[in-house]
Design a protein around this ligand. Structure first.
Ligand code: G6P
Length: 372
């Protein structure tokens, strides 16, 4: 009913709007006043976590993209090798696992069969398994050694939006927790990231309030034959997620690429007017990655692409290369997906509704896939 949808036409629109609260709820009680990470609820001992010498993150669909982003954060903060793998591929490859391997399984529903089978395989090999899950008491957290619940609230729309962002928040908490316990980050470094993390819901609210232009752009793009997405670093998985949302909701061809890889093949796809969504990192710090993405934007534009550029507000230099500029509030590089994903969700959702699709119940898809 309309009431259940909180006045929105679709659950998905409601769930997108709920994201700042979902992040705040997922952080609630897990950060101290002094900016420490408080994760006593995770039933792995500090000694277990100190013994970890390898992390695998295993998931499907949108949750897999959260894992891809987590890899950047965990390797940067914790300095332990971290691999991310699709659950459906993981166990058939005979991965190398033992007691000192931490396997993080990410699942909104907690019932995805591919992820469950990967988790069972990891346990058979004696790895420690930590679940990130949004559904209390579901199978995946029950079978895991430990769980960190995302507090996103029920997600009704089939394609994942708020669960994805809360999974990211959970991954950041785990990364910082590991770094804290293992002493690889100083307390004030952890506290500085925590402070930024705490501020993200405010930034997300500001961003959500100015999506009108994205809605207009969506109506314009509804007849495109393809939309390409490019990004580097954590912007690469964001590009993949933007493309996935478009496939799921709008049934349009879309693909995400690592921007640096374009020249090795995909740039041949660019034709006059091909829409390319470009996820630009923050120019803060040395801005090295940001500059690289900007030159990739110039490359596609020189071949006729119509560029839709998601960049940090105040990054005025990108304007010259943007047919459409979508500014997002400042966030440190590793946390930026909490912002940059939002316009991509809205873009996909609005293109889909402009095409007459039911975004809550896309054809051929299920909310939780309980077959392999
Ligand atoms: C299904 C859903 C996707 C979801 C994936 C993983 O395919 O349609 O939206 O990302 O499963 O689900 P999970 O519940 O394990 O996160």
């Amino acid at each position: 009913s309309a009431a259940e949808k909180g006045g929105y036409d679709y659950f998905m629109l409601k769930e997108i709007a709920e994201q700042p609260q979902a992040i705040a709820d997922t952080l609630l009680g897990r950060l101290s006043e002094r900016g420490e990470i408080l994760l006593d609820e995770v039933r792995l001992t500090d000694q277990d976590l100190r013994d970890v010498d390898k992390v695998f993150i295993v998931a499907c669909g949108t949750s897999f993209h959260a894992g891809m982003i987590a890899k950047y954060a965990i390797e940067h903060w914790v300095r332990i090798p971290c691999e991310v793998e699709l659950a459906s591929e993981f166990r058939y490859r005979d991965p190398i696992l033992d007691r000192s391997t931490l396997v993080i399984v990410i699942s909104q529903s907690g019932e995805t069969m591919d992820t469950l089978m990967a988790l069972r395989h990891a346990k058979e090999q004696k790895a420690r398994v930590l679940a990130i899950c949004n559904t209390n008491g579901s199978t995946i957290p029950r079978e895991s050694d430990a769980v960190l619940y995302t507090h996103g609230g029920p997600e009704i729309a089939v394609a994942s939006t708020k669960a994805f962002l809360t999974q990211l928040a959970a991954c950041y908490l785990i990364g910082l927790h590991l770094a804290q316990i293992r002493g690889v980050m100083y307390a004030d470094e952890v506290a500085a990231v925590v402070e930024k993390l705490r501020q993200t819901p405010d930034g997300m609210r500001i961003l959500l309030d100015r999506m009108e232009e994205v809605r207009e752009l969506a109506r314009d793009l509804r007849t495109a034959s393809t939309i390409l997405f490019i990004g580097r670093h954590v912007g690469f998985p964001v590009a993949l997620e933007g493309a996935l949302k478009l496939k799921e909701l709008a049934y349009m061809h879309a693909e995400g690429f690592a921007a640096g890889e374009l020249k090795h093949g995909p740039i041949a796809l660019i034709d006059e007017g091909t829409p390319v969504v470009c996820v630009v990192p923050s120019p803060a710090g040395r801005g090295v990655i940001r500059d690289k993405v900007v030159s990739n934007i110039q490359e596609v534009r020189a071949r006729g692409a119509r560029t839709i550029v998601i960049a940090e507000e105040g990054d005025e230099d990108v304007r010259a290369f943007a047919d459409h500029l979508i500014p997002v509030p400042h966030t440190p590089t590793l946390l930026a997906p909490l912002m940059t994903t939002i316009p991509l969700q809205i873009l996909a959702c609005e293109i889909a509704t402009a095409r007459g699709n039911d975004v809550d119940q896309p054809r051929n898809l299920a909310k939780s896939v309980t077959v392999e």
